[in-house]
Design a protein around this ligand. Sequence first.
Ligand SMILES: [Zn+2]
Length: 129
Amino acid sequence: MENTFIRKLFLDILSTADKILIIIIAVLIILLSLHIIFPESNDSLHAICEIDGKIEKRIHLQKNKKIDLKNGIILETQNNQIRVFKSDCPHKICVKHGWIKHANDMIICVPNKTVIYLDKDSEIDYISH
Ligand SMILES: [Zn+2]
């Protein structure tokens, strides 16, 4: 009885716009609490690989794998880090650079015209995978 009364009250008093507003607020609260529970970490980073000034690849760092860039460079990802595993450039400066793991960290290989840097996932990017 009481349940029906409350439901009737809810339906009568609240307009459709109010209900939509309540849903939007609820969704916002859920999203905000998710953000608090899972704060930004290395998990939300991805590596961007530019060859000759063009973005060739976006690499997610969650999986441990090797990526052949087909220009003499092989990258390796592991534990949310990335490094140049192998390179055919003469001085191997990029290989010696080692692992990078923070946003805006960068590895540059001048002979291969390759730049690898870490960037934060955008919201849209994050939802899409
Ligand atoms: Zn190099």
